[in-house]
Design a protein around this ligand. Structure first.
Ligand code: GLU
Length: 308
C-alpha cells in the first residue's frame, strides 16, 4: 500500500531543489530559457483518485520529448506495430537525443522513437489531411488521456522552436534522402514543434502516467484509452530509452518507466500503483531534469517503487 504523505513530499522537494545549482535550463529553444531553474513540483495520481502534490503544480509545462511517447501510442493505434517498426527501430542508444551520426550508417532507420530522428518519423505518421487536422487528432488523444479538455499548445514555445530547429531540419532532410519520410519538411517541422509545445500541469502528466500504469485504462471508468499492447510498448521504451542516454543509470537508481523532456518535465508510470508528473527545469548534461531525477530517486527508494 502506498502512503504518500504530503509533508514528506514537500520535504523531498526541498531536498532535491538543493541540486538545482548544478543544472542548467535548456536555452537552445529560446522560449525555454526563461524558466526558473529553482522551480520544482510533483504530482502523484493514486489508485483512489487522490492527487498528492508538492510545489506549484498549477505551472504549465511544455511536453517537449514527453510528447514522443504519446505520439507513438497514437501512431501505433493508427497504423499498427509492423508499419511503425518498419520505419523506426527498437534499440536504445548512447548517442544524445539530437544526434545525426547513426543516420549515416546503413540502414539509415532511426534507432528508436525516443530520439529526435525516430520521433520525427513517428510524427510524420500521424494521420490526417493537413497539419492542423493531425495536430487536432493528437490533441484530442492527449486530452482523453489527461481527462482534461482544456489542454492545448504554447504558440510562443512552438514558434520559438520552429524558428531555431536547424538540427531537427537536418535530421528530416537525411530521413527524406533515405525515403524514410516523404512529407514536406516545413510541414513536418510545424507539426512536430507544435506537438512538443503541447502544455499541461504536473497533475495532467501524473494522470497520463497513471493511464499507462493501468495498461491504458481510464483511472475512473476503466474504459480502454489505448490497447494493452500499445501501453506495454510505450512503457518498455520509457524504460529502455525514456531518459535519453542515461536510461540505464535511471533504471538502476530509480527503476520506474519514465519519459523526460528538455522543458524539465518527467512523466512516470509505476505499473498498477500510480502515475507521477514532475517539473524541474534545471537539466543535467543529458537533458534530464536534474532535480526531478533526484526527487524520483528519493521517492522510489522510500516507497520501493522500482519495477526491478
Ligand atoms: N522539441 C525538442 C527538440 O526536438 C524536444 C527535445 C527533448 O525534449 O528532448 O529538440
Amino acid at each position: 500500500m502506498l502512503v504518500y504523505n504530503q509533508e514528506e513530499l514537500v520535504r523531498f522537494v526541498e531536498e532535491a531543489k538543493q541540486y538545482a545549482r548544478y543544472g542548467k535550463v535548456a536555452d537552445y529553444i529560446p522560449a525555454l530559457g526563461k524558466a526558473d531553474p529553482n522551480e520544482l513540483s510533483i504530482a502523484i495520481y493514486t489508485p483512489d483518485g487522490r492527487v498528492v502534490d508538492a510545489g506549484d503544480v498549477t505551472v504549465k509545462v511544455t511536453l517537449q520529448s514527453i510528447s514522443k511517447i504519446i505520439a507513438l501510442a497514437l501512431v501505433l493505434i493508427d497504423r499498427g506495430e509492423d508499419e511503425v517498426f518498419h520505419k523506426v527501430g527498437m534499440e536504445p542508444t548512447d548517442y544524445p537525443f539530437h544526434s545525426i551520426a547513426k543516420l549515416e550508417e546503413k540502414p539509415a532507420k532511426p534507432l528508436n522513437p525516443m530520439i529526435n530522428a525516430g520521433a520525427l518519423v513517428v510524427t510524420s505518421m500521424i494521420q490526417g489531411s493537413s497539419v492542423s487536422e493531425r495536430l487536432e487528432r493528437l490533441l484530442a488523444f492527449v486530452r482523453r488521456l489527461a481527462g482534461n479538455e482544456c489542454i492545448s499548445y504554447s504558440d510562443e514555445v512552438a514558434r520559438s522552436e520552429f524558428e531555431t530547429a536547424f538540427l531537427n531540419r537536418s535530421l528530416c532532410y537525411f530521413l527524406k534522402q533515405h525515403r524514410i519520410i516523404d512529407e514536406d519538411v516545413e510541414e513536418l517541422m510545424e507539426l512536430y514543434t507544435k506537438q512538443c509545445a503541447i502544455e499541461m500541469t504536473c497533475i495532467d502528466l501524473a494522470r497520463i502516467g497513471f493511464v499507462l500504469a493501468l495498461d491504458g485504462r481510464d483511472p475512473h471508468s476503466s474504459e480502454p484509452l489505448m490497447p494493452l499492447d500499445v501501453a506495454r510498448i510505450c512503457k518498455t521504451f520509457m524504460v529502455t530509452c525514456g531518459m535519453y542516454n542515461s536510461s540505464g543509470e535511471f533504471a538502476i537508481k530509480v527503476g520506474i518507466p519514465a519519459k523526460s523532456g528538455v522543458s524539465g518535465g518527467i512523466l512516470a508510470a509505476v505499473p498498477g500503483r500510480c502515475g507521477i508528473g514532475v517539473f524541474g527545469p534545471a537539466l543535467d548534461d543529458k537533458g534530464n531534469s536534474l532535480t526531478g531525477v533526484k526527487l524520483l530517486e528519493r521517492l522510489s527508494k522510500t516507497y520501493s517503487l522500482s519495477i526491478f
